[in-house]
Each structure stands twice: as structure tokens, then as C-alpha cells.
Design a protein around this ligand. Sequence first.
Ligand code: DC
Length: 228
Amino acid sequence: MYNINIAIDGPAGAGKSTAAKEIASRLGLKYIDTGAMYRALTWKGILKGINFDQSREIESLTSNTVINVEKGAGGSNLLYLDDIDVTAEIRDPAVNRKVSLVAKNSRVRDMMVSQQQEIASNGGVVMDGRDIGTNVLPGADFKFFITASLEERAKRRYLELKEQGHSTNLEEVQKDISLRDKIDTERELAPLVAAEDAILIDTTHLSVEEVIGKMVKHVKACIQAGSI
Ligand code: DC
């Protein structure tokens, strides 16, 4: 419906993907989950049994690897790794524990960022991740940075994992998220940080509908006012 690009960044479990998916559906845009792309590559590393402490082994994953993002049921993404559907596998807790190590590798980021820029080159996407507003789409028409307290984010992720049938506990999930936050925020390349011109939304005490409502209202108001 609109030929705009929307960048949504924030830490794990803040509610980015739920909001991004719904906003894309309400505005007729394509939803792209960039975290899922890093997860797919991490899954390949797990299958190949690489040593994630060796950057050279992580870099080897970028050769002869094809990652495709397709639209799935309910507007979610289907992730294909070398033509195999890995949508379910990339949510495995084993991937959660290694993905930040993969995402901080410069060759991996180069590969991902250029593919993401290509996907968004004709406009019409809602892209969520960590560096979309700062690095992938610095010229995006709209930028949002979504946060929530660590406890709230851990609770949400825990419930999500439980629903998907993974056996885990809240304490473990909170520890994983906290470690991922640390690596994502402190890494040298494209660290997790809000773009200067991003709109900040703390979702700790907001319902999903309140978050989405705020964002869609803002986008529509700007379009109507002709300010983009
Ligand atoms: O959003 P997520 O939990 O699926 O992201 C998985 C990991 O990928 C996370 O540790 C951060 C990283 N990531 C990134 O570095 N840049 C992005 N644009 C998206 C995700």
C-alpha cells in the first residue's frame, strides 16, 4: 500500500517482531526479520559442528550459503538455508546461545547487511533487528527503537519458548538474554544502539496493541501530513 521503509531495532524480547509483523500487515508492507537471518547461519554452524570461538570457522559459513526469507502464515517469515526450511530450527536454545558470536563477525555482517539492503531497495518493508536504523537503512522513512526491562523480556521469551515446546527455565532464559544484550551492545561493529532520529518506545508496561497502535498512528499521521 505504501512505498516506505520502516526500521525497528531493540534488544531481544522487547516485542520488535510481534510489532513489526503486525505493522507490516496493517500497512501492506513486507516484514523482514533480520535476526532470523543471523540465526539461520548460526544453525548451519551448529550442524557443521564448528568451533564458535574461532572467527575463521564462523567466516567459513558465509561461503556457499544461501539464505532466503519468504512470507509465511500470519505474515511471519519462513527461513530457508540452502533451500531447506529451517524456520523452526533457528529458534532452538542452542542457536540462542551462539548467535551473538556469529553476529559480531565482520564478514558475516557484510553479507547480511548487503542482502538486507538489497531486499529493501525498492521500498515497502518493515525490517527489525539491531542495526537497521543505524546501519542497514540509515535513510529509512521511520525508525523505532523498542525496549523493555530485562525481567519483562526474559518472561516473554520464556513463555514463547515454552509454547514452542522447548524445555527451559526462566532463570536460564534471563541469563541468555542478558549475555546476548552485553555482546550485542558492546561489540565493535554496528552495536545495538538507538539511531539519533529513532522514536523510543518502552513496552514494559504496554500491551501489544498499545505498542502497535502508537506506531501505526505515528506513521499514518506523518503520511497524511505529507511529512515523509
Ligand atoms: O532478534 P533475534 O534475537 O532473533 O536476533 C538474533 C541475534 O542476531 C542477536 O544476538 C542479535 C543479532 N542481530 C544483529 O546483530 N543484527 C541484526 N540486524 C539482527 C540481529
